[in-house]
Ligand binder design. Structure first.
Ligand code: ATP
Length: 209
């Protein structure tokens, strides 16, 4: 079972890493791929460059053997459609069970994705709780898709599974705001990421936020 956690990762933080680690432990994921997007489809451009965001993801991924920093969206260039990424994963791992990991906020946003039927043909979806967000089932997905975590390995794609993990109330927005105020971010991101942010003076200028 391979997990795919896509995001802006501007920057990657403890919420992402804790989620990834717990999913590896609880669901016994063989690998969890962290996939920083190149250009977002549904939001403003990231503040940090793709190279910086990928470098931070690589540093975070070095903390656990089953975490993989995956540059497929950045290497592909252009706008980052998650469906294209899942097609890419399907080609790389034709037989594997593949699960797209989404926070509750991202899961509710599936209604705006388009091509959702393609999503369930390509992968399972794991929905993780996120502090400050409520579970909202997207209209485009039949509720009958819901299965327990054990069900995920029995097929390659097509199920939705909800996972209650340890809540970590951190967002990249909060971290960028801390940096603008000159406050430390060591408690919100893994140490090697905090070092990278400091070394490269990321997120410091208000005009650059
Ligand atoms: P921003 O504050 O810039 O919007 P973010 O903190 O939401 O960024 P993203 O890179 O956009 O981070 O998130 C990628 C994925 O990780 C999304 O599916 C999101 O729901 C999930 N996620 C982010 N933070 C958390 C968290 N603290 N707990 C659980 N899931 C999270």
């Amino acid at each position: 079972l391979i997990g795919v956690l896509g995001g802006t990762f501007d920057p990657i933080h403890n919420g992402h890493v804790q989620t990834a680690m717990e999913l590896i432990e609880h669901l016994g994921l063989d690998a969890l791929h962290l996939v920083p997007l190149n250009q977002p489809v549904h939001r403003d451009m990231p503040v940090a460059s793709a190279a910086d965001r990928l470098a931070m993801v690589e540093r975070a991924a070095s903390l656990h053997t089953n975490l993989v920093a995956d540059d497929c969206e950045i290497a592909r260039g252009g706008k980052s459609w998650m469906i294209d990424t899942l097609i890419d994963f399907r080609q790389r791992y034709p037989e594997a069970s593949i699960a797209l990991v989404l926070g509750q906020d991202a899961f509710a946003g599936l209604d705006h994705w388009g091509r959702v039927e393609q999503l369930t043909a390509l992968a399972h979806v794991i929905v993780v709780d996120r502090p400050g967000t409520k579970m909202q089932w997207p209209k485009v997905l039949p509720a009958s898709y819901e299965k327990s975590a054990e069900g995920l390995r029995r097929s390659a794609a097509g199920y939705v599974c909800r996972c209650a993990l340890t809540p970590v109330d951190v967002s990249s927005t909060m971290i960028r705001a801390c940096r603008r105020r000159g406050e430390p971010v060591e408690s919100q991101v893994p140490l090697p990421v905090a070092e990278y942010i400091r070394e490269h003076e990321l997120y410091r200028r208000a005009a650059n936020s």
